[in-house]
Ligand binder design. Sequence first.
Ligand code: UGA
Length: 437
Amino acid sequence: MQIGIIGLGFVGLSFASVLGSKGYPVIGVDTNPEKIKMISNNKAPFFEPKLDLFLKNSLSKSLIISTNTKDTLKKSDIIFLTIGTPKSKDGYIDLSMLKKAAKDIGNSLKNITQKPIIVIKSTVIPGTTDEIQKIIEKTSGKKNGNGFSILTNPEFLREGSAINDTLKPHLVVIGGSEKNSMEKLKKFYEKLYGKKIKIILTNSQTAEMIKYANNSFLATKISFINQISSLCQNIAGTNVDDIAEAIGIDPRIGSAFLKAGPGYGGSCLPKDLSTMIKFSSKIGAEPILLEAVEKINENQIEKIFQIINKRLGKLKNKQIGILGLSFKEDSDDIRESRSIKLIKILLKEKCKIKVHDPKAITNTKLIFKNKIIYSNSISTIIDKADCIVIMTPWKEYTKLVSNDFKNMKKKLVIDTRRIFSKKKMNIEYIALGIGDN
Ligand code: UGA
């Protein structure tokens, strides 16, 4: 069975690399020539653990890289659309790239006899698959279930563990109305993951909504624990991690996604929450809980700023070192990163900012240019700083000990992820969510 994957971002490239490394015949398509050049040279255009290895392996086996949608469509039995659906300026989902691809697919379908299964893997708002179906039907003159078929198959992988998640997903969701194609896609996944893989078959609107419900719930868990963390901050002796551990043992709650911190960032949770809130209003529903989740997330950064402000007093010309720029560890992605938000606030207060990150400095330079100082050495950031803020829990930061901070001007460390033991830090150490500050 020949597979086509259109859009080689995190989801598309991880999926293509895993399938190719298992010997599946795959064509990966992207329209960005620079991306194609890098990928063809065994290099992913972004940092993702294990991806380069899998990419190299798959290119040496059965992955072909192309810019030709029409040719891919002609050859493929199943075409996955993994095209970006970014946040538009008004905070809603931008479906323009997906719609453009649908037109291209429709035009290409006109002249071919093959009947491919087109699978939308991109995150899309309920009703989008129907819309895309209509675009393809209009441009191709063919009907769903006849000249092609269209399904929805949301993806749940996380950045930083994209390969592991693609190798072993917890669930596959298939939405659609065309039973034969749904069965074919189900068989494809059963072959890939084994018969025991949990597969949910439903209609496309429900499949689309499952993805939003999933991300909304994850964001809710994070904002919930951040709310508890803020309460702990004001209750002497309390520790949010002990609370998270205890409530996480209750099987009705579960321990995942209860790590308090500076709030959720990245290209997914913030975008999906804001899209869901806007979508709810459009359909006449009141997204009370989701609005609260978003508000708590936004407030986290303000809370961190208030701690810095309270401890340092006048902020002008104070030297602040930021450890961690990416929205999470094991990633170079700074989209909606809380660090970037904090730096913007501190720059407004005329602080002097020095930053370190093992992977995300190149991306951060594109935003702040020469307004801040970048270093690959943690000790350069620490030396002479008035305050160090730990924003991303990279492994290298966990190895620091109290003595590593000895050359700071004012020995103040604010740890938003609680990576150190407070007992071992004989400097002024404020851990977000530990209530004895
Ligand atoms: C998220 C979902 O977890 C994936 O299931 C989904 O497929 C993906 O969005 C998507 O829609 O494409 P991702 O954005 O890669 O994945 O990263 P997460 O691991 O969800 O982390 C998001 C943010 O929440 C990060 O800033 C992280 O530091 C923060 N977080 C996560 C916490 O503050 N506490 C936690 O307990 C977990």
